[in-house]
Design a binder for this molecule. Sequence first.
Ligand code: TYM
Length: 398
Amino acid sequence: MSEENKEPVSVEQAQDVADQSVVNPWEVTGIVDYGKLIERFGSTPIDDALIARFEKVTGKPAHIWIRRGLFFSHRDLNEVLDKVEQGKPFYLYTGRGPSSDALHFGHLVPFVFTKYLQDAFNVPLVIQMTDDEKFLWKNITLEDCARYTRENAKDIIAIGFDINKTFIFSNLEYVGTMYPNILRIQKCVTGNQVSGIFGFGGSDNIGKHSFPAIQAAPSFSNSFPHIFGDRVDIPCLIPCAIDQDPYFRMTRDVAPRLGYLKPALVHSKFFPALQGYQTKMSASSTDSAVFLTDTREQIKTKINQAFSGGRDTAELQRQFGANLEVDVPYRYLTFFLEDDEKLKDIGDKYASGKMLTGEVKKILIDLLVDMVQRHQEARAAVTEDIVTAFLTPRKLAF
Ligand code: TYM
């Protein structure tokens, strides 16, 4: 079946499969089988041939998250690479729903990867802060949502984005410029379709029903006249975790009807919750998450309580070794320990019983504490003026 015929997939269809997991922007439950998810969502696996092509086009080894299969799925990434080879422009689009003061380690995944893509391709980037979405979905005031936008923007800026190539925008402030595209998109999607894709019911507020058009609009280059003028021929590539895909299935469905290009996507797996590898770290379940504001002591306590694939006693661990598949601390290392050889060495020793759970957790604690310290230092250097500068519509180098 062609990709065209497979989208958009409704919530009902997406759940009607053997593994019974639920994956949507607001809920990830059940054991996620990423292979089946690709089939359900109608995306394409990132295979060795695509990785080789990616390396050829960028002239550099692929990011560890591609090589380790953590960015595992895509839509039309080959088309983006075609553009690069033809010397034609594209831009990156990603976002954050600011619902709390702090980001967690899971949130780093799409942003760190987006920075890598920005550096690798030297392209403009737009980052949508969906303060409106969080107001509609959560019990928080508009004022708090606006404050979280600025606080979260500091964390995002601290990752190292180039101000000359990056525009961060609050929907509350910027929505007017995108409104023509939002209306065009809204006119293409019926209430039944949006309910089918997102599972909204009659008792959901009407803001939720119209919100997907607002997350869709930045996929089209003429939503940013200060960067792209009225051009509609500049494609975008969206890095995100796979939970955001329903928005972009809808976007890809409407794009040709508007004479616009379909956005390309690259999807990551979830950085897992402390309690178990099968679900995602989530800010709304604070127990599940290690935050970028946590102290050494908090990180230590959380990691020491994280779900382990090691055996119950040191003797049993030495005899049988750990189950790496389910071990949350080891999974975290696969995301953030960059040294391939060191990771392999730890994996081999832990799986064979030569290494104990406590040793692996200690390595992880030191790594995360170091990351948090470096992040907090970078964040402290981000002044209110810098935030305002990133949030100001302006020309970008492109
Ligand atoms: P939000 O704030 O829920 O998440 C921000 C980004 O982080 C990803 N993410 C994760 N990635 C890996 N492991 C996790 N445990 C994890 N938790 C969250 C999300 O997939 C997302 O990429 N509606 C969006 C904001 C948004 C957006 C976008 C995101 C607007 N436009 C375009 C991506 C692309 C939201 O609330 O994200």
